[in-house]
Design a binder for this molecule. Structure first.
Ligand code: SF4
Length: 457
């Protein structure tokens, strides 16, 4: 499997797309800053969120039991899945036993992680993603490229073409209002025909046994109020202890994600609606193993706001698909490398370690240090390429010695301009082949010698 550099190279080959992807995400980062700045207790809120999550994770088993008890008391059915296969089988069983053939879904990164859509579709169930961005990528048979804005990599003209082919809109139409109205008409038909609705979960409150779902489009509310069956799928880390803790997280979530003061719809579900059913599927899928690892436990505090993606200079310039993992960006690196270090061996290197992700994270996850720890893990497991290991070894020697450091600087200045380009950018040079060196006059030995004779550097 190709790694991040090769996939990123494909993305940046389209310079125009790479540029506006970068600009669009930076605009979001600036919106986040503008929304956070007027909140006088912003840093106190982040600290509170960090403390609440750390406390919850330290007593997760207790809170899972409390949540299950309260949710059952409120009339919900609670299911536990060890992994993605169990999760998919549980959801399918619930639907199959009730003869459900049409399901509407609101955005859920957990179901993306478990590849639920293809699983259900292979068993004859029609699945419709109802978040506009999710529906767009579903119609293109692609996964989301961003955890909050799944279709951020697409231009409105491309969406116009897609809707013309799939929804019958006017050829060449790319007006966002027109396209959004067409999508609304199309989705409304799907909502009305649906026999069950599935949502993700932003927060699950142990104290009440309720789950909270945040959306901007109201699609989760439509999907849970029209059909009689609601299935809510959540990773076990979504738990928080008390209802009052929600006040901390909802203030942080919307501001960090999109720069809004609050998400448009924050819906609370306590038990099924009259005559309906509420099923809550609590999924582990590797989270317990991560919880047992003190170095990376903190990453379980993530509330999937996407702020670390929007600020990351590598993500902005390489696109979500270059990570080849459900959750891209800095938090994706930490999670993916923990799930399968060998498969995702290039991801811990897809970071400048600038620390911007850590600065914006609303729950203060120490992301850049965790990425560095993943890199060290690669070294320990000997998963780095030979060139990388050899380069690191040489760098280690150079950086330990003042003499070698100065000599290397002198060599770089003198030798690089006269080395043949084939050597600098050659396949053997892992560093050079992925990068464009700053423009340097390329001279032959003869030219350099002549310049030296005339006293020019
Ligand atoms: S790691 Fe932090 S910034 Fe990144 S998505 Fe999670 S909560 Fe948001």
């Amino acid at each position: 499997m190709k790694g991040h550099p090769e996939a990123a190279a494909r993305f940046v080959a389209d310079q125009e797309r790479a540029h506006w992807h970068d600009q669009a995400l930076w605009w979001l980062r600036q919106r986040r800053d503008a929304a956070a700045a007027p909140v006088p207790d912003w840093e106190a809120l982040r600290e509170a969120a960090e403390r609440i999550k750390a406390h919850t994770l330290s007593r997760l088993a207790d809170y899972v039991e409390e949540f299950e008890r309260r949710a059952r008391a409120a009339g919900a059915q609670v299911w536990f899945a060890r992994d993605a296969a169990e999760h998919n089988a549980i959801v399918h069983r619930i639907l199959a036993e009730r003869g459900v053939g049409k399901l509407v879904k609101s955005k859920s990164m957990l179901t993306e992680e478990c590849h639920l859509n293809p699983y259900l579709e292979a068993r004859g169930i029609e699945v419709t993603d109802t978040d506009l961005g999710e529906r767009i990528v579903q119609l293109r048979r692609e996964p989301p490229s961003h955890i909050v804005m799944p279709a951020i990599h697409l231009k409105k003209e491309e969406i116009g073409e897609l809707f013309h082919d799939e929804l019958g809109t006017d050829e060449g139409a790319s007006d966002p209002t027109y396209l959004t109205r067409a999508a609304r008409t199309h989705l409304r038909r799907r909502f009305l025909a649906a026999e069950a609705g599935l949502t993700g979960v932003n927060f699950a409150v142990a104290e009440t046994g309720g789950v909270v779902v945040c959306t901007n489009e109201g699609n989760a509310d439509m999907g849970t109020s029209l059909p009689p069956i609601h299935i809510a799928c959540m990773g076990v880390e979504k738990l928080i202890p008390r209802r009052q803790d929600l006040a901390v997280f909802v203030r942080l979530l919307a501001r960090s994600a999109t720069g809004q003061p609050v998400t448009v719809y924050t819906s609370h579900f306590h038990g099924p609606r009259p005559g309906g059913e509420l099923h809550i599927v609590v999924v582990d899928n590797g989270r317990s193993a991560q919880l047992a690892d003190p170095t990376f436990r903190q990453a379980l505090a993530c509330i999937r706001c996407g702020a670390c993606l929007n600020t990351c200079p590598v993500f902005r310039r390489s696109g979500g698909y270059s990570y080849n993992w459900t959750v891209p960006g800095p938090i994706g690196i930490v999670l993916a490398a923990g799930r399968d270090a060998a498969r995702h061996r290039t991801l811990p290197l897809a970071s400048s370690l600038c620390g911007s992700c850590t600065d914006v994270c609303p729950v203060r996850i120490d992301l850049h240090h965790q990425i560095l720890a993943r890199r060290q893990d690669l070294g320990r497991r000997r998963l780095l390429s030979f060139q990388k290991r050899a380069g690191m070894k040489v760098m280690g020697w150079v950086l330990r010695s003042a003499f070698l450091y100065r000599a290397a600087g002198w060599l770089m200045r003198r030798a690089l301009p006269i080395l043949p380009a084939a050597l600098v950018y050659g396949r053997w040079n892992a560093w050079g082949r992925q990068r464009e060196l700053p423009p340097m006059p390329r001279r032959s030995f003869g030219q350099l010698y002549a310049r030296r004779r005339h006293g020019r550097p």
